[in-house]
Design a protein around this ligand. Structure first.
Ligand code: ADP
Ligand code: MG
Length: 248
């Protein structure tokens, strides 16, 4: 049997913006392996390189130096077109600002990545409905974003990220625009997804968000200064089993 590659394998990645005197060294040799099923929080103050790292990991930007493998594929060897296919297949993005398309139903928003991926309409609908049920929005599928609360919108965004069954869920400050209650709901959903075997990498500067991850990585000035596993204080709630089927 061929062993499964790590979902992320970042090797000596650097990123320099600009050149000469004004060059900014945003990443200074970051190496990081994330195995399938891990749940990693990346923390760091503003300017420490978090978004730069996320953009590289998310195949939205390329490193200045170093290598990066996503689910076994060497990203550096791909042209723009192949990169966007890889991004669509392998990564589910969750953003701070939800990034839903206005005046489009929750269902249509969640179907979108499947439409790009060439999935047929019937199958698209079935999978999008399953993903929305998975985040507790089975009764809101026809609602448009402006008819949903912030917390519900973010759950639609999670369903959209999940629906392609990506190798990796990548979340950049996913609770940044949510109130306490919606933050709890969202973290509960991420707990359940983690329990069902999803691989998650999230950026946050909030301790209580990072506390839910299995592993915390701290970036300072473009370098990893801490990488630790943590005991799960908040463990997933008992309803977790409900999420093991669905949107695959
Ligand atoms: P964080 O997300 O942790 O706040 P960033 O990755 O956004 O950090 O930024 C890291 C460093 O790189 C900062 O000094 C920032 O000013 C700089 N930087 C980020 N993006 C660019 C860019 N497009 N051009 C020039 N400098 C940038
Ligand atoms: Mg940032």
């Amino acid at each position: 049997m061929i062993p499964m590659p790590p979902v992320l394998d970042v090797r000596g990645v650097t990123k320099v913006y600009g050149e000469g005197d004004t060059a900014v060294h945003a990443l200074r040799g970051v190496s990081l392996v994330v195995e399938r099923g891990d749940y990693v929080a990346i923390m760091g103050t503003s300017g420490s390189g978090k978004s730069t790292l996320m953009n590289i990991v998310g195949c939205l930007d390329i490193p200045s130096d170093g290598r990066y493998l996503l689910d076994g594929t060497d990203v550096g060897s791909l042209d723009e077109r192949r990169l966007s296919i890889l991004r669509n297949r392998k990564i589910g993005f969750i953003f701070q600002s939800f990034n839903l398309i206005p005046r489009m139903s929750a269902l249509a928003n969640v179907e979108l990545p499947l439409a790009y991926g060439g999935v047929r309409p019937g199958e698209r609908r079935r999978r999008a409905e399953a993903a929305l049920r998975q985040v507790g929005l089975g009764d809101r599928i026809d609602h448009e974003p402006n008819e949903l609360s912030g917390g519900q919108q973010q759950r639609v965004a999670v369903a959209r990220a999940l629906v392609t069954a990506p190798a990796l869920l990548l979340a950049d400050e996913p609770t940044g625009n949510l109130d306490t209650r919606s933050t709890d709901d969202l973290l509960g959903i991420l707990d359940q997804l983690s329990l069902s075997g999803r691989s998650i990498v999230l950026i946050t500067h909030e301790d209580e968000v990072a506390a839910r991850a299995k592993r915390v990585i701290r970036l300072v000035d473009g370098q990893i200064i801490e990488d630790r596993r943590q005991a799960q204080v908040n463990g997933p709630p008992p309803a977790a089993a409900r999420l093991t089927e669905g949107a695959r």
